[in-house]
Every structure is written in structure tokens, then in C-alpha cells.
Design a protein around this ligand. Structure first.
Ligand SMILES: [Zn+2]
Ligand SMILES: [Zn+2]
Length: 186
């Protein structure tokens, strides 16, 4: 079962009560709300700070098997440029579409059951969908700007601040021998 062992808390910002939707296929409801970002939403180099606002704009539609969720979430991202290590903050909008099957509508097939999301009673958990869509959207190599030159490999100076930066002579005399070596032949 993909559903968490812990029962959903109807008061959580990340849980939507679909009761008013009923089970009449074709009915829909719109939900706009701001939730607090859960912990550990992201990857090592960039992620959504815990407790930062997540703005959901959702449409829930009753279909035969369950509730179809379509929507977007606007999140704040915080991370570090992988080249110059400066802090990056930006906003991102992720979108998603996910079917939540009615609890009594189990396929019985253990293999596919794992990938299926279920409603818990009338409650729908936004957190797993938010996690999946945010992680997909995150850059694996976040950059402060696309052409960030990074740090000087010799002295570590930030080349964003000093683009003309160069070293007239090798810093360390031990390298001077290497510098005079002929280019390697192919
Ligand atoms: Zn950078
Ligand atoms: Zn340098």
C-alpha cells in the first residue's frame, strides 16, 4: 500500500477534504490555499525551506474511480550555485495531475496497488504529489545565472566579481616546471 501508516490529519494544510464533491462523476471544486512546506522537500543542493509558504491552486474533479487532482503549486527554492557557491533563492511553479482512487476501489493487484494513490475516506493527501513534482522540477546543478564563471581554480576568487581576474605568473613555483612542459602529443 502506498498510503502512510499514520492516518491523515484533516486539519493539515496539505490535506484536502473532498466530502463536498460527493461521488457524482463530473462534479468539481476549486481549492486555493497556502500551506507550509513539509520538511526535507528537495535535494542536497537546492530545496524548499521547511515552513515556507506553498501556494496551491487546485481543481478536484470527481471521476468514476475517484478524484482527479489537477493543479499547480508555487514554492520558494533555496540553494547554492554549484559553481560559485553563492546562495540562490527563487520561486518555482510546479504542476501536477494525479488520480486518487476511492478507498473501496482497490484493484487487488499488489504490483499496481503500490503506484496508485488512494483517498483516505474523503481526505486527499497533497504531500506525496508535491514532493514528486518539486523534485522533478529541481535543477540538479543549480546556477546563480546560466553563464556563471564560478571560482578561480588557482586561488578561489569569485570570477563573478572579478571577471578580468588572472594570474600573471604561476602562484606556486612547483607548478612552473609543469607549465614549461611541451603539450602532450595525441
Ligand atoms: Zn554562480
Ligand atoms: Zn585566481
Amino acid at each position: 500500500m502506498a498510503t502512510a501508516a499514520r492516518p491523515l490529519d484533516a486539519r493539515s494544510d496539505l490535506v484536502v477534504d473532498t466530502y463536498e464533491l460527493g461521488r457524482g462523476a463530473g462534479r468539481s471544486m476549486l481549492v486555493r490555499r497556502t500551506a507550509e512546506a513539509p520538511a526535507e522537500l528537495g535535494i542536497d543542493v537546492i530545496g524548499v525551506p521547511q515552513g515556507s509558504p506553498v501556494e496551491f491552486d487546485l481543481r478536484l474533479e470527481a471521476v468514476v474511480e475517484g478524484v482527479l487532482l489537477t493543479g499547480t503549486a508555487e514554492v520558494r527554492l533555496a540553494g547554492q550555485c554549484v559553481r560559485c557557491l553563492v546562495d540562490i533563492t527563487e520561486t518555482a511553479v510546479v504542476d501536477f495531475q494525479e488520480l486518487y482512487v476511492y478507498p473501496d476501489n482497490e484493484s487487488g493487484d499488489a504490483e499496481t496497488e503500490d503506484e496508485i494513490r488512494h483517498l483516505e475516506g474523503d481526505l486527499l493527501d497533497l504531500e506525496p504529489v508535491l514532493r514528486d513534482s518539486v523534485v522533478l522540477e529541481l535543477p540538479f546543478q543549480p546556477l546563480c545565472r546560466p553563464d556563471c564563471p564560478g571560482l578561480c581554480p588557482d586561488c578561489g576568487a569569485d570570477l563573478n566579481e572579478d571577471p578580468e581576474h588572472e594570474h600573471a605568473a604561476p602562484i606556486d613555483p612547483r607548478w612552473s616546471g609543469l607549465a614549461s612542459w611541451p603539450q602532450q602529443q595525441d
